[in-house]
Design a binder for this molecule. Structure first.
Ligand SMILES: [Zn+2]
Length: 348
């Protein structure tokens, strides 16, 4: 996954630092981030020195144009807190936040996405939501404060779940996983298989989100819900939490009986019948490890969970917890992706 950093760890302790020439800067225009193409064709973020040349024309807000965000691979990341312009030099270009997963380096992708998450929080909290006074930086922790009413505003993270629903098909003597594709109605252009996913609502447990999202999107009841792992997913301010669970056909039968419904629980193949929410999804299918295809990159928690199913490491929630180390996961990624997904030669 992208937060599995290849060189160092993410140091996100809050500090009030001033930018130095070689520090990296994340500059934003709309929902696009500024990158540069190196002479060897690798991708990078611009440095403070490079940005300073154009800075005269750029607008910024809050009391300082730069804000230190974190250190990754021993490189310090700063945000440009304002509007960025297209630089004249050809090597620089803006790239949409959804395309940021194209970069060759997981570290660069993770750094850019995480800085973007913080940028959005700064941008959207320039004024106090309670009394509309312009906010100010707090220098002791990552917070914005309202000088008028004293309100403190902290970075916002939205909890969401990723759910792998499994099914043991006794007729065919095979394990299957429920895979979905987004409906074009959601405006989500991702064309590959994914898992059921959704945001946690106020007042809900994570397990409650798992049950509700699976039911809303596919009409299925689930049991044996087990936590696997989490992933920050900054493109949409998320913290994703991955769960495995299995289809609960007995619960569905009991519901049918209670409502005097005669609808079939299993289809002709012996798999639980899916009632798709077509506003959210265009596809929902039960697939075996051999039939399923993975996403084209190994960046997401969704894909890692799919990979574990395909590789036979998890065929039901009972296989958890897994005693897998990061090298074990990397070995699986190597097996399915070759060197493509984690090019260790790319430095920040
Ligand atoms: Zn206020």
């Amino acid at each position: 996954m992208i937060q599995d950093l290849s060189y160092g760890f993410l140091d996100n302790q809050y500090r009030h630092l001033l930018p130095q020439e070689d520090d990296l800067v994340v500059c934003v225009q709309g929902n696009r981030l500024l990158f540069r193409r190196n002479e060897d064709n690798t991708l990078a973020l611009p440095t403070v020195k490079q940005v300073e040349g154009w800075r005269g024309n750029w607008e910024y807000w809050l009391d300082e144009p730069y804000r230190y965000v974190f250190t990754l691979q021993e490189r310090r990341f700063f945000l440009w807190l304002g509007k960025a312009e297209q630089p004249a030099e050809e090597a620089f270009f803006f790239m949409g936040t959804r395309e940021v997963r194209e970069p060759e380096s997981k570290d660069l992708c993770f750094g850019a996405m995480t800085a973007w998450h913080l940028y959005c929080w700064y941008r959207d909290n320039r004024f106090c939501g309670r009394c509309a006074t312009p906010t100010e930086h707090d220098e002791s922790e990552r917070a914005l404060v309202c000088p008028q009413c004293g309100r403190r505003i902290y970075p916002r993270i939205l909890p969401a779940v990723i759910v792998a629903v499994t099914w043991r098909n006794e007729t065919q003597d095979v394990s299957k996983i429920l895979l979905t594709k987004y409906s074009p109605k959601t405006g989500h252009a991702f064309p590959y298989y994914a898992l059921v996913a959704g945001f946690t609502e106020i007042g809900e447990t994570l397990e409650g989100t798992v049950r509700r999202e699976v039911f809303e999107e596919t009409g299925l009841r689930v049991k044996n819900i087990r936590y696997y792992k989490s992933q920050p997913w900054s493109v949409v301010d998320d913290l994703l939490m991955g769960f495995f669970c299995e289809a609960d056909t007995e619960a569905m039968q009991a519901e049918n009986a209670a409502q005097n419904a005669s609808e079939a629980i299993l289809d002709a193949n012996g798999d639980p019948v899916i009632h798709l929410d077509e506003n959210e999804l265009r596809t929902g299918v039960w697939l075996t490890p051999e039939e399923m295809t993975l996403q084209p990159d190994a960046y997401s928690l969704t894909n890692e969970m799919m990979l574990l199913f395909k590789a036979g490491r998890i065929h039901s929630p009972d296989d958890l917890p897994l005693d897998l180390t990061r090298p074990d996961i990397e070995e699986l990624e190597q097996q399915f992706y070759g060197n493509r997904s984690f090019d260790q030669s790319v430095k920040l």
